[in-house]
Write a protein that binds this ligand. Structure first.
Ligand SMILES: Cc1cc2nc3c(=O)[nH]c(=O)nc-3n(C[C@H](O)[C@H](O)[C@H](O)COP(=O)(O)OP(=O)(O)OC[C@H]3O[C@@H](n4cnc5c(N)ncnc54)[C@H](O)[C@@H]3O)c2cc1C
Length: 402
């Protein structure tokens, strides 16, 4: 709390995902950093790009989901396990779900996104998701059940053939060991529209090898317990037709819903609900508020409001934003000019089944078990904080049998 004469000099970060946690860690590395408070309702950070390996048992929970208290201990960073429900930009105060009112000097909003079922009837209620530890446990339980029962024609539908849908379908197919057919349903004409050509080809091969059934130009119209209603739009002049598929479960991976807490006065957003910000990641029209991660929609430097932001909603972008944002927060508190953030595309890696991956980076393309090992190593260096990276590396060395 602050008195009203003296402006608060603290930084509060809302959301402990890639944008928020890595900004807090970057602030902690600065010699004289202001007091930093991270507000996050979950007790564990989740390294989402390795969630597939947690599902398949290739990695352990503590490796990809370390506790916040361990990650922040001894770094001069405070953590409040709570959810922010309202931000008053003018009063520089926020309210939490537990009823706390806190003041801030500078605020970072990094509350990310959740999946978007686009109001498809029954989807919210009957589909599983793939974003949380609870989702992983549910899917592991489902696969164990399917393997135990081995009934004919057991199906799992995965909705959306973007990176999450494709990577998940490959892992599920390997885990199910023939006990279930994986149906991958995509409303567009093909899988991975935004991926590099090499990764897209490797993904198509990986799906084929695992007998994953890819249905493109197919829209999910409704979901109910045990069934999914589809409308297929074949290429050419053939009319669309409906089909109902009996499924043991459907997993929804398509689409994102951006989720900022209520902010007063309401900030400018793009058409998808992301917060418009300047190149320095400061919210447009709110000098003390910053945004990071998926929620940030940078306005292009020419001033055109960003329907098409220069950077995609990925962990890679949030990770790169963190040190720039940390420096800008300190500059802003000192009244110094801020630096723009520029995103560097470092390439793309995909997990494609147990022990396999595909990657395209720095002009190199690689697929198979070698790509799997490289991907793991690349992510090891991205895990939050050096002590956690070392713990995980030590665990991997201990498991290694030459
Ligand atoms: C399965 C999966 C695999 C992925 N794989 C990759 C990949 O391989 N490479 C890649 O670059 N990207 C990948 N991504 C995307 C990447 O994870 C996101 O772009 C990244 O997590 C965005 O970071 P963020 O900080 O904006 O949001 P998040 O990491 O989602 O963090 C948001 C945090 O805010 C918290 N929060 C929400 N609301 C509130 C509130 N009101 N108050 C306080 N806290 C709140 C949430 O609990 C959460 O911890 C993947 C995503 C998924 C789901």
């Amino acid at each position: 709390m602050q008195g009203h004469q003296k402006p608060a000099q603290n930084v509060v970060i809302v959301g402990g995902g890639f944008g928020g946690l890595y900004t807090a860690l970057a602030l902690a590395q600065r010699k004289h950093h202001p007091p930093v408070l991270l507000i996050e309702p979950n007790d564990r950070f989740l390294f989402l790009p390795l969630l597939y390996e947690l599902l398949s048992g290739e990695l352990r929970g503590w490796e990809i989901a370390p506790r916040y208290d361990g990650l922040l201990a001894g770094r001069g960073l405070a953590w409040l396990q709570d959810r922010v429900v309202r931000i008053d930009a003018e009063q520089q105060q926020l309210q939490t779900a537990a009823g706390r009112t806190l003041s801030f000097g500078r605020l970072v909003i990094a509350t990310g996104a959740e999946s978007n079922t686009f109001a498809v009837p029954g989807a919210e209620r009957h589909c599983l998701g793939f974003r949380s530890l609870a989702d992983v446990r549910r899917l592991q339980h489902l696969v164990a059940e399917l393997k135990g029962q081995r009934k004919p024609l057991q199906r799992i539908a995965v909705v959306g053939a973007g990176p999450t849908g494709v990577e998940l379908a490959c892992k599920l197919a390997d885990m199910a060991e023939g006990s279930a057919v994986i149906e991958l349903i995509e409303q567009g004409p093909g899988l991975l529209p935004q991926a590099r050509a090499f990764n897209r080809e490797q993904a198509a091969l990986a799906l084929q090898r695992r007998d994953v059934r890819l249905r493109t130009r197919t829209q999910v119209e409704a979901v109910e317990a045990g069934a999914i209603a589809l409308r297929c739009h074949p290429e050419g002049d053939s009319p669309a037709h409906a089909e109902t598929l009996a499924v043991r479960a459907a997993v929804w991976t398509a689409g994102l819903n951006f989720r900022a807490p209520r902010i007063d006065p309401a900030p400018a957003c793009d058409g998808r609900g992301r917060l418009l910000c300047g190149p320095d990641l400061r919210l447009l029209g709110h000098g003390d508020l910053f945004v990071a991660g998926d929620l940030a929609a940078p306005v292009d430097p020419e001033g055109a409001a960003g329907e098409a932001p220069a950077s995609p909603a990925t962990a890679q972008v949030a990770f790169q934003q963190a040190p720039v944002l940390a420096a800008n927060l300190i500059r802003s508190l000192r009244g110094e000019p801020l630096e723009p953030f520029g995103w560097k595309d470092l390439g793309e890696m995909m997990s494609l089944g147990i022990g396999e991956a595909s990657l395209t980076a720095a002009g190199v393309t690689l697929a198979g078990p070698a790509a799997y090992q490289l991907r793991r190593l690349a992510y090891l260096t991205r895990l939050p904080g050096r002590p956690h990276q070392l713990r995980v590396a030590a665990g991997w060395l201990a498991d290694w049998t030459p």
